[in-house]
Design a protein around this ligand. Structure first.
Ligand SMILES: Nc1ncnc2c1ncn2[C@@H]1O[C@H](COP(=O)(O)OP(=O)(O)OP(=O)(O)O)[C@@H](O)[C@H]1O
Length: 208
């Protein structure tokens, strides 16, 4: 079922800082967007806003399926995965417990995470995982519960070459199944994406 996301005149602010001014972008089933820009320009803030964690200053975020608008709460809770660069894992759970928790929270299927090759880590508490292992475990939620939009913040950053290839393959499979990906990256992804470069808006002038 074709799904699309349209962002219209979106402006984002952090404190006194206007990060993004009147951004317009849209993405449809099967498309990937690489979000680039210098440190602090607002990539993470934009992804968190698209995930529903932050309210925009102004503008609209509208998802549709077969041209019918999807209600925002349903969109964010059922159709979007956000993977931040801080892996959201409970340190005292073992990998197996974390997977069970995520599956129960998301209504997912643990057997679908086999491609991430976590079997040898199952009894280890997540606090002991390396950065790359933590990222692979974080990616489990993408596979165990299908959601059409993946919002990924520097997904490849801690991964070695082999696991970058693995994640790239999973991302491409998601796109082939009609999924959509918006990924903040500093290095190009190893497959075709549309680029969206964020630039700092012109300084606001007091009183205008
Ligand atoms: N309370 C605040 N007041 C003013 N500016 C803030 C506040 N909180 C955060 N900021 C600024 O907002 C911006 C947030 O940037 P964000 O993390 O979205 O950038 P990024 O493009 O993802 O950066 P990076 O490439 O370093 O990960 C930063 O420039 C930060 O300094």
């Amino acid at each position: 079922m074709p799904v699309s996301l349209t962002v219209t005149d979106l402006s984002l602010r952090k404190g006194y800082n206007l990060l993004i001014s009147k951004l317009n972008v849209s993405i449809s089933s099967g498309e990937a967007v690489s979000l680039t820009g210098e440190n602090g320009v607002g990539k993470t803030t934009l992804l968190r806003t698209l995930a529903g964690f932050q309210t925009p200053e102004s503008g609209a975020i509208c998802a549709t399926e077969n041209d019918v608008q999807i209600e925002s709460d349903i969109w964010w809770s059922q159709h979007v995965h956000f993977l931040g660069h801080h892996d959201a894992l409970s340190p005292a759970r073992t990998v197996a417990q974390e997977l069970e928790f995520q599956a129960s929270y998301l209504g997912g299927d643990v057997t679908k995470v086999a491609p991430l090759k976590l079997q040898t880590l199952m009894d280890l508490e997540t606090r002991y995982l390396s950065a790359g292992q933590k990222r692979r475990l974080s990616c489990a939620r993408l596979l165990m519960a299908r959601r059409v939009l993946w919002l990924l913040d520097e997904p490849m950053a801690p991964l070695d070459v082999a696991h970058r290839e693995l994640l790239a393959g999973l991302m491409q499979a998601h796109l082939a199944q009609g999924g959509m990906i918006i990924a903040a990256v500093h290095d190009a992804l190893p497959f075709a994406t549309r680029g969206l470069r964020l630039e700092r808006p012109a300084r606001e002038v007091a009183g205008v």
